[in-house]
Design a protein around this ligand. Sequence first.
Ligand code: NAI
Length: 397
Amino acid sequence: MIIEPIIKGCIARNCHPYGIRAAVQQQINYIKRVPPVKGPKKVLVIGASSGYGLASRIALAFGGGADTIGVSFEKGPNEKGPGTAGWYNNIAFREAAESAGLTARNFIGDAFSDEMRRQVTDYILNEFGGEVDLVVYSLASGVRTAPDGVTYRSTLGVRNTPFSGEAFDLEHQTLTRQTLEPVSDQQLQDTVKVMGGEDWQLWIDWLNQAGVLAKNVKTVAYSYIGPESTWPLYRDGALGAAKTHLHRTADILNNQLSATGGQAHVVVCKAVVTKASAFIPVFPLYIALLYRVMKEKHLHETCIEQMYRLMAEMLYPIRGETPVDDQRLIRIDERELRADVQAEVEALRKQVTPENFMTVSDFSGYLQEFHALNGFGLPGVDYRADIDPATLAAMKP
Ligand code: NAI
């Protein structure tokens, strides 16, 4: 079969397995070009198959020689299609890590379940040396079934008054208008249940009780704050409420872990193109404007540059302590938030129309990264080559 990109709305409906291998290799190549990370050797990444979680794993494995465990929710090939991009990211990562002599174990399933916690803990105890020294929590999900069996769904909504803005229709490559509706109290609480810190806390408590956290263990979860222009749709909306909960959880976990020299941090990252961010209404246009400005100023970063900077300079600095702001947050979004960057983004935003959005914003850069997430548009990949479904079925994470 020949695989060509299919996009519906803002969701990619398929992926190219060999293109994905090339995309993962690009990130590995970047890490091999920069100075090494003097970081942890045994790492658990929850949400490891794409975006910031995958980039964290690559930075630590190929930058610091870490053995890694990755947990993710992905699907392999079936009669409907080749499977999800994250499925092949996991395969490409494991193959490359094993070739480099590293342990890379993938667990595919529901990270919100105690069953997954049990499987991962058993593996750490029996096959991974008994301990981890870093736990990265990088889940992005719209739904969570808690251990008591209750299922919560998140809502990408605002508070109080509706918020409208221009938005990309990636499928038709047009600019449309989207409105985010106010969420009810129940929707807000449910979004906090899905994307807040409760599940992160459950993981750390579970691992702690099982005795698999190393003495000086660190744990991080990722957050977004963004510039004031995005606050109505993100920081002050339902997702922002969940992130506030995540930030509070970091402090609780930090208090717990500090007794044995451990640390828990929230890391505030910049806006990048990922499967999760593409799904947030209105947000992708902001990302494409930001990309244009940051590229022009030679400040552009994707997941891998951000995660390298986090690991090498912030979480495991060669000298000194981890730098934090007055809320104890690790900030790697400082370039995005620079006043000159935001002033130019705002000036461009005012010019955007349905006719000119492709040139005023970095729409082509956005689309290129979106395609690359799914293995399309990578140099050196023969997209006309016939792919044998049996070969794909034989590839295991
Ligand atoms: P992503 O969609 O690329 O990755 C999400 C990961 O979560 C995938 O590995 C997926 O398999 C996993 N996952 C989702 N549900 C799961 C489940 N039930 N069980 C196991 N694994 C599951 O997302 P992205 O963008 O990398 O987001 C990761 C974190 O980074 C999130 O907390 C997000 O809020 C944060 N962040 C993202 C920014 C962005 O611009 N993309 C900016 C700042 C923070």
